[in-house]
Design a protein around this ligand. Structure first.
Ligand SMILES: Cc1cc2nc3c(=O)[nH]c(=O)nc-3n(C[C@H](O)[C@H](O)[C@H](O)COP(=O)(O)O)c2cc1C
Length: 185
């Protein structure tokens, strides 16, 4: 059975708090025998239909990773109550045909399971998680029903470092279990 999972961080920031969460989830998945790769979305050009065919190399590399993976896992901040541009950009790229003569998203995108998690301010990322769920459904992907978002503690902003509490860890552990259940169904 394919055990490859591709993860995406919606933040490009060096000290990203969402990266701390991504790494926690990555370790949890690896402990359960999954092979996890984080996609580098920082090199992707902005979606532009003029440059779709042939696809830029960075786009082909991401498509290849998505193709090899049985599911995706997105961890993201919330920008103005919505999806950060770098994340929307990669989703727009993978939603498009690989071959100009074959319309629609490629088979390796359609129906693919996607878990979504995030960290933000007071909203606990609830706005971006809800928006992403709708977006992924419109892309004919399969968002995991069980999402997990946290409100960033004040100390994270003060120190520049996110230390996950036991409560946070429990939330992501539960999501990992739901994700594995969905993969095995
Ligand atoms: C353009 C922009 C818009 C933002 N809008 C929101 C927002 O709507 N809600 C929120 O909770 N935080 C918002 N933030 C703050 C981010 O959630 C916060 O900086 C967070 O730490 C970013 O995640 P990261 O640490 O993974 O980079 C915004 C930040 C930026 C740069």
């Amino acid at each position: 059975m394919n055990k490859k999972i591709a993860m995406i961080n919606g933040s490009l920031r060096k000290g990203s708090f969402n990266q701390t969460i991504l790494e926690y989830i990555k370790s949890g998945l690896e402990a359960k025998g999954y092979e996890v790769t984080q996609l580098d979305i920082s090199k992707l050009p902005l979606m532009n239909q003029d440059i779709e065919f042939p696809a830029p190399e960075s786009v082909s590399a991401i498509r290849e990773e998505v193709k090899k993976s049985v599911a995706l896992w997105i961890v993201t901040p919330e920008y103005n109550g919505s999806v950060p541009a770098p994340l929307k950009n990669v989703l727009d790229w993978i939603s498009r045909p690989v071959d100009p003569d074959v319309p629609g998203a490629p088979d390796f995108v359609n129906g693919k399971l996607v878990a979504i998690s995030g960290a933000a301010g007071r909203s606990g990322a609830s706005l971006v998680l809800a928006e992403l769920k709708g977006l992924l459904q419109r892309m004919a992907m399969k968002p995991l029903e069980h999402t997990a978002g946290i409100s960033l503690p004040m100390e994270a902003y003060e120190t520049g470092k996110l230390i996950l509490s036991d409560e946070h860890k429990k939330l992501f552990d539960e999501q990992i279990n739901k994700f594995i259940e969905a993969l095995n169904n």
